[in-house]
Design a protein around this ligand. Sequence first.
Ligand SMILES: [Mn+2]
Length: 345
Amino acid sequence: MKFVHIADVHFDAPFKTITDRAELGELRRLEQREAFKNVIEFIKENKVEYLFISGDLYEQEYIRKSTISYINKLFEEIKDTKVFIAPGNHDPYISNSYYKVFEWCDNVKIFTENVEKVENDEVCIYGYGFNNYEMNTNQLKNINIDNKNKINILITHGTIINGNELNGIYNPISKNELINKGFDYIALGHIHKRDEYYPGSLISMGFDELGEHGFIYGEINDKKVSTKFIKADKRELKEIEVDVSNIYSEDELIEELNLIDTANDLYKINLVGERNFVINLDIKLIQKNIIKVKDNTNLKIELKENNNTLKGIIAKQLNKKIENKEINKKEYDEILELIIKIFNN
Ligand SMILES: [Mn+2]
C-alpha cells in the first residue's frame, strides 16, 4: 500500500511575524495553497491510496470558509484516495469546527477525541484527535492491536515524551508505550521539525523552521515500510549574519545586502559587529527576498570624558546619567549615535 503523510499545514495562518514586509504574509498564504496542491498532484500521479493528515491542517482562529471549500475540492479530485484527519490543537474538533459543520466529501474521515479504528482487508487505521485547544488524556492506552497480520497505523497529533511522566497539554504520548504497541507506521503531527514520527510542517512557518519542508511518501509491502521525504515548499527560510564592522554608511550596507544571492529563498539577516553609523534601514530599499533584518550590532565609539571639548562634556553627563540609572544602555546608545551623527555632519 502507498500513503502520504502530512501535518501542520496551518492553513490561513497570518505569517505576519516572520516578515517586516506587509505583503509577504498574503503571498506566503498563497504559497501554502500551492504546497498543498503539490501534495494532491503527487497523490494523483502516483495513485496513492491513503492520505494521513496528522492535525493542525488549519488555524481555527483565522480559517476562511473559502479555504475549507478549496481543501475539500482538492480532496474531491482524489476520490480514490482515503483521507484521514486527526484534529490538532490549532484545529480542534470543537462545536463550531468546520470538521463538524462542513459537509466534507465521502473519501474524508475525521477522527474525534475517542480512538476509532477503520479497517479493511489490508490495513487497520487507528486515530484520535483534539476536542479542544488542549488535551492530556492518554488515549493510547485504549488501543490494542488485534490483528498483527494487517498493516497497523496510528494517526494523531501530539508530543512524544521520553520519560515516564505524561505531563503536558498537547496530547503527551509515552515513547515506550508507543513502541510497545507495535504499529507498522506512526503518523504524528505537532512538532514542525521532521523526524521518524513527524513529517514536519508542510511549509516553513518561520525562522525557527529553517531548511526544506514537505511531506512523507511511504510504501508498505509485506509489512516492510519504506519512506521518503518529498519537498513541497518551493522556498526555504534561511538566516545569515552580515558583519557591518567594515561598512561605513547605510548606503553601503544596502548595497551589500542587495548583492546577496537569495535565489528563491527567503532570508533573515542578522547584522553583527561594530557599527560605524546609525542603522535605520528602510526595508523597501532592500531586495524582496530579504524579509527581516535584525540589528544585533554594537556601537563602536566610546566618548572620552573631557572638560575641554563639547564631546567630552556630553560624555561626562551621559556617564553620570547611566550611573544614576536615569537612562538604560539602549537609550545611552541612541543618544551616542545622535551625537556621532551631529559631529560627523
Ligand atoms: Mn500543533
